[in-house]
Design a protein around this ligand. Structure first.
Ligand code: ATP
Ligand code: DGY
Length: 383
Protein backbone atom coordinates (compact mmCIF):
# COMPACT_ATOMS: atom_id res chain seq x y z
CA UNK A 1 0.00 0.00 0.00
CA UNK A 2 2.83 2.35 0.92
CA UNK A 3 4.28 1.67 -2.53
CA UNK A 4 1.01 2.52 -4.26
CA UNK A 5 0.92 5.82 -2.36
CA UNK A 6 4.40 6.62 -3.56
CA UNK A 7 3.40 5.79 -7.14
CA UNK A 8 0.36 8.00 -7.07
CA UNK A 9 2.48 11.04 -6.23
CA UNK A 10 4.92 10.35 -9.05
CA UNK A 11 4.71 12.29 -12.25
CA UNK A 12 6.55 11.50 -15.42
CA UNK A 13 7.19 13.95 -18.25
CA UNK A 14 7.49 12.35 -21.68
CA UNK A 15 9.36 14.84 -23.86
CA UNK A 16 10.62 12.86 -26.83
CA UNK A 17 11.09 13.63 -30.52
CA UNK A 18 9.76 11.40 -33.30
CA UNK A 19 11.38 8.11 -34.29
CA UNK A 20 11.87 9.16 -37.90
CA UNK A 21 10.51 6.48 -40.18
CA UNK A 22 8.42 4.71 -37.57
CA UNK A 23 6.62 6.86 -34.97
CA UNK A 24 5.62 10.51 -34.69
CA UNK A 25 6.53 12.30 -31.46
CA UNK A 26 2.86 12.19 -30.44
CA UNK A 27 2.79 8.41 -30.99
CA UNK A 28 6.02 8.00 -29.00
CA UNK A 29 4.41 9.83 -26.07
CA UNK A 30 1.23 7.72 -26.34
CA UNK A 31 3.10 4.41 -26.42
CA UNK A 32 5.42 5.35 -23.57
CA UNK A 33 2.43 6.40 -21.48
CA UNK A 34 0.63 3.13 -22.22
CA UNK A 35 3.73 1.09 -21.32
CA UNK A 36 4.32 2.89 -18.04
CA UNK A 37 0.68 2.36 -17.06
CA UNK A 38 0.94 -1.38 -17.67
CA UNK A 39 3.20 -1.47 -14.61
CA UNK A 40 2.01 1.54 -12.62
CA UNK A 41 -1.64 2.06 -13.58
CA UNK A 42 -2.09 5.25 -11.61
CA UNK A 43 1.10 6.97 -12.76
CA UNK A 44 0.65 10.58 -13.75
CA UNK A 45 2.11 11.21 -17.17
CA UNK A 46 2.44 14.52 -18.95
CA UNK A 47 3.10 14.27 -22.67
CA UNK A 48 5.06 17.06 -24.32
CA UNK A 49 6.18 15.92 -27.79
CA UNK A 50 9.26 17.92 -28.78
CA UNK A 51 11.09 18.89 -31.99
CA UNK A 52 14.26 20.79 -32.82
CA UNK A 53 13.00 23.11 -35.57
CA UNK A 54 13.24 20.45 -38.29
CA UNK A 55 10.36 18.33 -39.54
CA UNK A 56 7.77 17.62 -36.86
CA UNK A 57 8.08 21.11 -35.36
CA UNK A 58 4.58 22.25 -36.34
CA UNK A 59 3.14 18.96 -35.06
CA UNK A 60 4.84 19.48 -31.69
CA UNK A 61 3.45 23.03 -31.47
CA UNK A 62 -0.05 21.76 -32.33
CA UNK A 63 0.23 19.03 -29.67
CA UNK A 64 1.06 21.82 -27.19
CA UNK A 65 -2.13 23.72 -28.04
CA UNK A 66 -1.28 25.81 -31.10
CA UNK A 67 -3.84 26.00 -33.89
CA UNK A 68 -2.90 24.32 -37.15
CA UNK A 69 -3.28 26.58 -40.23
CA UNK A 70 -2.94 25.16 -43.72
CA UNK A 71 -1.91 27.06 -46.85
CA UNK A 72 -1.13 26.16 -50.44
CA UNK A 73 2.46 27.12 -51.23
CA UNK A 74 5.17 26.13 -53.70
CA UNK A 75 6.98 22.88 -52.98
CA UNK A 76 10.75 22.61 -53.59
CA UNK A 77 10.28 22.28 -57.36
CA UNK A 78 7.49 24.81 -57.68
CA UNK A 79 4.55 22.41 -57.63
CA UNK A 80 1.78 23.36 -55.17
CA UNK A 81 1.74 21.61 -51.79
CA UNK A 82 -0.40 21.99 -48.70
CA UNK A 83 1.81 23.17 -45.86
CA UNK A 84 0.92 24.02 -42.28
CA UNK A 85 2.11 26.50 -39.74
CA UNK A 86 1.03 26.75 -36.12
CA UNK A 87 -0.50 29.80 -34.46
CA UNK A 88 -1.25 30.71 -30.85
CA UNK A 89 -2.11 34.29 -30.09
CA UNK A 90 0.33 36.34 -32.11
CA UNK A 91 3.06 33.69 -32.10
CA UNK A 92 3.50 31.54 -35.19
CA UNK A 93 5.68 28.47 -35.53
CA UNK A 94 6.70 28.18 -39.17
CA UNK A 95 8.52 25.01 -40.24
CA UNK A 96 10.48 25.38 -43.47
CA UNK A 97 10.40 21.63 -44.07
CA UNK A 98 6.60 21.86 -44.42
CA UNK A 99 7.16 23.71 -47.70
CA UNK A 100 10.73 22.90 -48.71
CA UNK A 101 11.60 19.68 -46.87
CA UNK A 102 13.00 16.47 -48.31
CA UNK A 103 9.62 14.79 -47.87
CA UNK A 104 8.10 17.36 -50.23
CA UNK A 105 10.23 16.36 -53.22
CA UNK A 106 7.97 14.97 -55.95
CA UNK A 107 8.37 11.18 -55.98
CA UNK A 108 11.24 11.63 -53.54
CA UNK A 109 13.67 12.47 -56.34
CA UNK A 110 16.52 14.72 -55.13
CA UNK A 111 17.06 18.08 -56.82
CA UNK A 112 20.16 19.48 -55.10
CA UNK A 113 20.78 22.27 -57.64
CA UNK A 114 17.23 23.36 -58.40
CA UNK A 115 15.19 22.88 -55.22
CA UNK A 116 13.99 26.26 -53.95
CA UNK A 117 12.80 27.73 -50.65
CA UNK A 118 10.20 29.93 -52.37
CA UNK A 119 7.37 28.09 -50.55
CA UNK A 120 9.01 28.76 -47.18
CA UNK A 121 8.82 32.47 -47.94
CA UNK A 122 5.14 32.06 -48.83
CA UNK A 123 4.60 30.27 -45.54
CA UNK A 124 6.22 33.13 -43.60
CA UNK A 125 4.02 35.57 -45.50
CA UNK A 126 0.93 33.55 -44.60
CA UNK A 127 1.94 33.70 -40.93
CA UNK A 128 2.30 37.50 -41.23
CA UNK A 129 -1.12 37.67 -42.92
CA UNK A 130 -2.55 35.73 -39.96
CA UNK A 131 -1.35 38.48 -37.63
CA UNK A 132 1.77 36.87 -36.19
CA UNK A 133 4.15 39.28 -34.45
CA UNK A 134 6.60 36.66 -33.24
CA UNK A 135 7.66 34.16 -35.86
CA UNK A 136 9.56 31.10 -34.74
CA UNK A 137 11.14 29.90 -37.95
CA UNK A 138 12.09 26.26 -37.53
CA UNK A 139 14.59 25.11 -40.10
CA UNK A 140 16.17 21.75 -40.94
CA UNK A 141 15.33 18.66 -42.94
CA UNK A 142 15.44 20.69 -46.15
CA UNK A 143 15.64 19.54 -49.76
CA UNK A 144 17.27 22.84 -50.71
CA UNK A 145 20.69 24.54 -50.86
CA UNK A 146 19.67 27.96 -52.15
CA UNK A 147 20.84 30.18 -49.30
CA UNK A 148 17.22 31.16 -48.73
CA UNK A 149 17.15 32.95 -52.10
CA UNK A 150 13.72 31.53 -52.98
CA UNK A 151 12.37 32.60 -49.60
CA UNK A 152 13.72 36.14 -50.07
CA UNK A 153 12.15 36.33 -53.54
CA UNK A 154 8.76 35.20 -52.17
CA UNK A 155 8.99 37.97 -49.59
CA UNK A 156 9.67 40.66 -52.19
CA UNK A 157 13.42 40.63 -52.90
CA UNK A 158 14.58 40.87 -56.52
CA UNK A 159 17.46 38.58 -57.42
CA UNK A 160 18.39 39.23 -61.03
CA UNK A 161 20.80 37.91 -63.64
CA UNK A 162 22.90 40.05 -66.01
CA UNK A 163 19.85 40.52 -68.28
CA UNK A 164 17.68 41.80 -65.46
CA UNK A 165 15.70 38.54 -65.32
CA UNK A 166 15.03 36.63 -62.09
CA UNK A 167 17.71 33.96 -61.56
CA UNK A 168 16.57 30.38 -62.04
CA UNK A 169 15.28 28.68 -58.87
CA UNK A 170 17.66 26.74 -56.62
CA UNK A 171 21.25 27.08 -55.45
CA UNK A 172 22.65 26.27 -58.89
CA UNK A 173 20.94 29.32 -60.40
CA UNK A 174 22.68 31.67 -57.97
CA UNK A 175 25.85 31.41 -60.06
CA UNK A 176 24.01 33.69 -62.52
CA UNK A 177 23.15 36.33 -59.92
CA UNK A 178 24.28 39.79 -61.02
CA UNK A 179 22.31 42.11 -58.74
CA UNK A 180 20.01 42.02 -55.74
CA UNK A 181 17.46 44.52 -54.54
CA UNK A 182 15.99 44.05 -51.07
CA UNK A 183 13.97 47.26 -51.04
CA UNK A 184 10.75 45.44 -51.93
CA UNK A 185 10.87 43.11 -48.92
CA UNK A 186 7.58 42.85 -47.03
CA UNK A 187 7.74 45.82 -44.63
CA UNK A 188 6.00 43.83 -41.88
CA UNK A 189 9.22 41.85 -41.47
CA UNK A 190 10.86 44.89 -39.92
CA UNK A 191 8.17 45.06 -37.25
CA UNK A 192 8.09 41.47 -36.03
CA UNK A 193 10.38 39.29 -33.97
CA UNK A 194 11.86 36.61 -36.18
CA UNK A 195 13.63 33.75 -34.42
CA UNK A 196 15.78 31.37 -36.44
CA UNK A 197 15.26 28.05 -34.65
CA UNK A 198 17.93 25.94 -36.22
CA UNK A 199 18.94 22.32 -35.85
CA UNK A 200 22.60 23.10 -36.66
CA UNK A 201 25.10 25.95 -36.29
CA UNK A 202 27.10 25.64 -39.52
CA UNK A 203 28.22 28.68 -41.53
CA UNK A 204 26.97 29.27 -45.08
CA UNK A 205 29.96 28.03 -47.08
CA UNK A 206 33.36 26.37 -46.76
CA UNK A 207 34.34 22.97 -45.35
CA UNK A 208 31.71 23.24 -42.59
CA UNK A 209 29.19 25.02 -44.82
CA UNK A 210 25.75 23.96 -45.98
CA UNK A 211 26.74 22.37 -49.32
CA UNK A 212 29.72 20.41 -47.97
CA UNK A 213 28.04 19.06 -44.86
CA UNK A 214 24.37 18.65 -45.83
CA UNK A 215 24.48 18.70 -49.65
CA UNK A 216 25.15 14.98 -49.95
CA UNK A 217 22.03 14.04 -47.94
CA UNK A 218 20.05 16.01 -50.56
CA UNK A 219 21.60 14.11 -53.44
CA UNK A 220 24.49 16.49 -54.24
CA UNK A 221 27.49 14.82 -55.92
CA UNK A 222 31.00 16.13 -55.12
CA UNK A 223 30.77 18.30 -58.26
CA UNK A 224 27.36 19.62 -57.17
CA UNK A 225 28.77 20.43 -53.72
CA UNK A 226 31.61 22.43 -55.30
CA UNK A 227 29.19 24.25 -57.63
CA UNK A 228 26.77 25.05 -54.80
CA UNK A 229 29.55 26.24 -52.52
CA UNK A 230 30.85 28.62 -55.21
CA UNK A 231 27.31 29.80 -56.06
CA UNK A 232 26.46 30.52 -52.42
CA UNK A 233 29.76 32.38 -51.88
CA UNK A 234 28.98 34.48 -54.97
CA UNK A 235 25.40 35.08 -53.74
CA UNK A 236 26.72 36.32 -50.38
CA UNK A 237 29.13 38.68 -52.17
CA UNK A 238 26.34 40.14 -54.31
CA UNK A 239 24.14 40.54 -51.25
CA UNK A 240 26.96 42.33 -49.47
CA UNK A 241 26.60 45.03 -52.10
CA UNK A 242 22.82 45.09 -51.70
CA UNK A 243 22.54 44.75 -47.93
CA UNK A 244 25.83 46.17 -46.66
CA UNK A 245 28.78 44.59 -44.87
CA UNK A 246 26.57 42.93 -42.25
CA UNK A 247 25.65 40.45 -44.99
CA UNK A 248 29.28 39.27 -44.94
CA UNK A 249 29.11 38.76 -41.19
CA UNK A 250 25.92 36.75 -41.53
CA UNK A 251 27.50 34.30 -43.96
CA UNK A 252 29.99 33.28 -41.28
CA UNK A 253 27.47 33.36 -38.41
CA UNK A 254 26.32 30.21 -36.62
CA UNK A 255 23.18 28.86 -38.27
CA UNK A 256 23.73 30.61 -41.61
CA UNK A 257 24.28 27.19 -43.16
CA UNK A 258 21.15 25.66 -41.67
CA UNK A 259 18.68 24.12 -44.08
CA UNK A 260 20.76 24.78 -47.18
CA UNK A 261 21.61 28.32 -46.13
CA UNK A 262 18.06 29.50 -45.42
CA UNK A 263 19.60 30.47 -42.08
CA UNK A 264 21.63 33.09 -43.93
CA UNK A 265 18.52 34.41 -45.67
CA UNK A 266 16.70 34.57 -42.34
CA UNK A 267 19.58 36.47 -40.72
CA UNK A 268 19.37 38.98 -43.58
CA UNK A 269 15.71 39.41 -42.69
CA UNK A 270 16.73 40.34 -39.15
CA UNK A 271 16.32 36.96 -37.49
CA UNK A 272 17.99 36.10 -34.20
CA UNK A 273 19.65 32.69 -34.20
CA UNK A 274 18.91 30.25 -31.38
CA UNK A 275 19.39 26.49 -31.17
CA UNK A 276 16.07 25.02 -32.31
CA UNK A 277 15.50 22.74 -29.37
CA UNK A 278 16.01 25.60 -26.89
CA UNK A 279 13.50 27.77 -28.72
CA UNK A 280 11.01 24.94 -28.97
CA UNK A 281 11.30 24.02 -25.29
CA UNK A 282 10.35 27.63 -24.51
CA UNK A 283 7.51 27.68 -27.02
CA UNK A 284 6.12 24.34 -25.84
CA UNK A 285 6.16 25.25 -22.14
CA UNK A 286 8.78 22.73 -21.11
CA UNK A 287 10.02 24.52 -17.96
CA UNK A 288 6.73 24.43 -16.04
CA UNK A 289 6.13 20.84 -17.13
CA UNK A 290 9.61 19.93 -15.91
CA UNK A 291 8.95 21.50 -12.55
CA UNK A 292 5.92 19.24 -12.08
CA UNK A 293 7.80 16.03 -12.97
CA UNK A 294 10.04 13.69 -11.01
CA UNK A 295 11.25 11.68 -14.01
CA UNK A 296 11.76 12.79 -17.61
CA UNK A 297 11.68 10.42 -20.57
CA UNK A 298 13.15 11.79 -23.75
CA UNK A 299 14.30 10.14 -26.98
CA UNK A 300 14.42 9.95 -30.76
CA UNK A 301 14.79 7.31 -33.46
CA UNK A 302 18.54 7.06 -33.31
CA UNK A 303 20.57 8.11 -30.29
CA UNK A 304 23.97 8.74 -31.81
CA UNK A 305 26.80 11.28 -32.13
CA UNK A 306 24.40 13.69 -33.89
CA UNK A 307 22.11 13.62 -30.86
CA UNK A 308 24.81 15.28 -28.80
CA UNK A 309 25.03 18.20 -31.23
CA UNK A 310 21.90 20.04 -30.24
CA UNK A 311 19.26 17.43 -31.05
CA UNK A 312 16.08 17.27 -29.00
CA UNK A 313 17.11 14.64 -26.41
CA UNK A 314 20.36 16.49 -25.65
CA UNK A 315 18.44 19.75 -25.14
CA UNK A 316 15.82 18.08 -22.96
CA UNK A 317 18.49 16.34 -20.89
CA UNK A 318 20.51 19.53 -20.42
CA UNK A 319 17.45 21.44 -19.22
CA UNK A 320 16.35 18.59 -16.95
CA UNK A 321 19.81 18.20 -15.46
CA UNK A 322 19.92 21.90 -14.68
CA UNK A 323 16.67 21.36 -12.73
CA UNK A 324 18.13 18.29 -11.02
CA UNK A 325 15.61 15.89 -12.58
CA UNK A 326 16.37 12.32 -13.55
CA UNK A 327 16.34 11.64 -17.32
CA UNK A 328 16.10 8.38 -19.22
CA UNK A 329 15.84 7.99 -22.98
CA UNK A 330 14.03 5.73 -25.41
CA UNK A 331 15.16 5.16 -28.98
CA UNK A 332 14.94 2.78 -31.90
CA UNK A 333 18.67 2.26 -32.05
CA UNK A 334 21.40 3.24 -29.62
CA UNK A 335 24.93 4.13 -30.71
CA UNK A 336 26.20 5.92 -27.61
CA UNK A 337 28.13 4.39 -24.73
CA UNK A 338 26.68 4.68 -21.20
CA UNK A 339 29.41 7.12 -20.09
CA UNK A 340 28.70 9.38 -23.09
CA UNK A 341 24.99 9.31 -22.25
CA UNK A 342 25.87 10.10 -18.64
CA UNK A 343 27.84 13.14 -19.67
CA UNK A 344 24.83 14.34 -21.67
CA UNK A 345 22.69 13.99 -18.53
CA UNK A 346 20.92 10.78 -19.59
CA UNK A 347 20.95 8.22 -16.81
CA UNK A 348 20.07 5.29 -19.05
CA UNK A 349 18.86 4.70 -22.62
CA UNK A 350 16.51 1.94 -23.71
CA UNK A 351 16.53 0.86 -27.36
CA UNK A 352 13.81 -1.07 -29.16
CA UNK A 353 16.60 -3.21 -30.61
CA UNK A 354 17.38 -4.42 -27.06
CA UNK A 355 14.03 -6.21 -27.09
CA UNK A 356 13.85 -7.03 -30.80
CA UNK A 357 17.18 -7.43 -32.59
CA UNK A 358 15.53 -7.54 -36.04
CA UNK A 359 15.57 -3.85 -37.05
CA UNK A 360 12.92 -4.29 -39.74
CA UNK A 361 10.55 -5.69 -37.11
CA UNK A 362 11.50 -2.91 -34.70
CA UNK A 363 10.36 -0.42 -37.30
CA UNK A 364 7.22 -2.30 -38.36
CA UNK A 365 6.17 -3.01 -34.76
CA UNK A 366 7.65 0.09 -33.17
CA UNK A 367 4.54 1.00 -31.14
CA UNK A 368 4.00 -2.28 -29.24
CA UNK A 369 7.75 -2.74 -28.68
CA UNK A 370 8.05 0.79 -27.31
CA UNK A 371 5.26 -0.04 -24.85
CA UNK A 372 7.30 -2.99 -23.61
CA UNK A 373 10.38 -0.77 -23.32
CA UNK A 374 8.38 1.76 -21.29
CA UNK A 375 7.11 -1.01 -19.00
CA UNK A 376 10.74 -1.88 -18.36
CA UNK A 377 11.48 1.76 -17.47
CA UNK A 378 8.55 1.71 -15.05
CA UNK A 379 9.95 -1.42 -13.38
CA UNK A 380 13.46 0.08 -13.17
CA UNK A 381 12.54 3.58 -12.06
CA UNK A 382 9.03 3.67 -10.69
CA UNK A 383 8.62 0.53 -8.60
N1 ATP B 1 11.45 1.70 -34.61
C1 ATP B 1 12.76 1.81 -34.88
N2 ATP B 1 13.60 0.80 -34.59
C2 ATP B 1 14.92 0.90 -34.84
N3 ATP B 1 15.49 2.00 -35.39
C3 ATP B 1 14.68 3.02 -35.69
C4 ATP B 1 13.28 2.99 -35.45
N4 ATP B 1 12.73 4.14 -35.86
C5 ATP B 1 13.75 4.89 -36.33
N5 ATP B 1 14.92 4.22 -36.22
C6 ATP B 1 16.26 4.68 -36.61
O1 ATP B 1 16.36 6.04 -36.37
C7 ATP B 1 16.69 6.73 -37.58
C8 ATP B 1 16.05 8.10 -37.56
O2 ATP B 1 16.66 8.84 -36.54
P1 ATP B 1 15.96 10.06 -35.82
O3 ATP B 1 14.54 9.77 -35.53
O4 ATP B 1 16.85 10.34 -34.63
O5 ATP B 1 15.98 11.22 -36.88
P2 ATP B 1 17.22 11.96 -37.55
O6 ATP B 1 17.51 11.31 -38.85
O7 ATP B 1 18.32 12.09 -36.55
O8 ATP B 1 16.59 13.33 -37.88
P3 ATP B 1 16.02 14.47 -36.93
O9 ATP B 1 17.10 15.48 -36.90
O10 ATP B 1 14.81 14.93 -37.66
O11 ATP B 1 15.73 13.90 -35.57
C9 ATP B 1 16.20 5.83 -38.67
O12 ATP B 1 16.91 6.02 -39.85
C10 ATP B 1 16.47 4.45 -38.09
O13 ATP B 1 17.85 4.11 -38.22
O1 DGY C 1 18.21 20.86 -43.82
C1 DGY C 1 19.41 20.69 -43.65
O2 DGY C 1 20.28 21.05 -44.46
C2 DGY C 1 19.90 20.05 -42.38
O3 DGY C 1 18.82 19.58 -41.57
C3 DGY C 1 20.72 21.04 -41.58
O4 DGY C 1 19.95 22.16 -41.26
Amino acid sequence: MADAAVHSTRRVLVAADKFKGSLTAVQVAQRVTAGLRLVVPDIEVEALPVADGGDGTVDAAVAAGFERREVRVAGPLGEEVTAAFALRGDTAVVEMAEASGLQRLPAGVFAPLTASTYGSGELLRAALDAGARTLVFGVGGSATTDGGAGMLAALGARLLDAHGEPVPPGGGGLAELASADLSGLDPRLAEVELVLASDVDNPLTGPKGAPAVYGPQKGASPDDVAALDAALAHYAKVLETAAGPKAAEYAASPGAGAAGGIGYGALLLGARFRPGIEVMLDVLGFAPALERAQLVITGEGSLDEQTLHGKAPAGVAAAARAADKEVVAVCGRLALAPEVLGRAGIRRAYALTDLEPDVALCIAEAGPILERVAARIARDFLS
